[in-house]
Design a binder for this molecule. Structure first.
Ligand SMILES: Nc1ncnc2c1ncn2[C@@H]1O[C@H](COP(=O)(O)OP(=O)(O)OP(=O)(O)O)[C@@H](O)[C@H]1O
Ligand SMILES: [Mg+2]
Length: 248
């Protein structure tokens, strides 16, 4: 299987704080990589580096055949090939659901208004949200808003979708519907990198799970291996803490 993302020996610091160190991570096409780790371990920073929202200090990031961190690489063109969704819904409040979804296809990818609209409506109906097409975000539940945010991110057919704690601002019932959408996207072959605190979800959808600890990718492997047979004391104690919080 072709590699869609390849993070090679990446280091990132903020001032004197090294927050990512020697990160190596390969993401194959149609696979789901789940990043776990305590608060502050570097999950968001890694996703932001991949999306070029942060500049790395050392190493390389490849998106398919392009080294997107190369000095002269056109960053906008790289970002256009990725989708990213954050924890807090970032829909435009003054635009309807439909206009939120068609904005990037029209403005960034120069698709026609009609094509963009048809594709957006198709996406919405595929995921049971077509009745919301003309609503404004504040009329949607948190779970619906987050699902629309994800659909908006895939409306441009990204090579990889990056999801950063997309469920952590939601009530448990709403979490399930958002995770269901992610599972369906996986079924359709979307390549994803997902930072989450939902271990059950990691077990259900991850092709590989990476454990970050203080900016290092301490363990990387299949979900069962990482969640059931941790090797490092750091992962063992992380899982213990998760278990005590009732999230495993
Ligand atoms: N813009 C910034 N400036 C300085 N330090 C930052 C910045 N962004 C993140 N950090 C630091 O980098 C480290 C990693 O943060 P990051 O947000 O990546 O962690 P995380 O694993 O996503 O945590 P959480 O689970 O709470 O979301 C933290 O120590 C954080 O304080
Ligand atoms: Mg984070």
């Amino acid at each position: 299987m072709k590699s869609v993302l390849d993070v090679r020996s990446v280091r990132k610091s903020f001032g004197a704080d090294v927050v990512l160190q020697d990160i190596n991570l390969e993401v194959k096409e149609h696979s789901v990589t789940v990043l776990i780790g305590a608060s502050g371990s570097g999950k968001s920073t890694l996703l932001r580096c991949i999306n070029l929202l942060e500049t790395i200090d050392d190493g390389e990031i490849w998106l398919s055949e392009s080294e997107i961190t190369a000095i002269n690489f056109d960053q906008d063109s790289a970002r256009k090939r990725m989708g990213i969704v954050f924890q807090n819904f970032n829909l435009f409040p003054h635009l309807s659901v439909l206009d939120n979804i068609t904005l990037a296809p029209k403005i960034v990818h120069h698709n026609s208004a009609e094509t963009s609209k048809q594709q957006a409506l198709q996406l919405l109906s595929r995921f049971g949200l077509e009745v919301k097409a003309h609503e404004y975000p504040d009329r949607l539940s948190g779970g619906q808003q987050q699902r629309v945010a994800i659909l908006r991110a895939i409306a441009t057919s990204p090579e990889v979708l990056l999801l950063d704690e997309v469920t952590s601002a939601l009530d448990p019932v709403l979490v399930a519907e958002v995770l269901q959408l992610v599972a369906e996207l996986r079924g359709e072959g979307m390549t994803m990198v997902v930072a989450t605190h939902e271990m059950g979800f990691a077990r259900r959808v991850a092709d590989q799970v990476g454990f970050l600890h203080q900016g290092r990718l301490l363990e990387l492997g299949k979900a069962e291996q990482i969640l059931d047979d941790p090797q490092t004391p750091e992962l063992k104690s992380f899982l213990q803490a998760v278990r005590e919080a009732g999230r495993l």
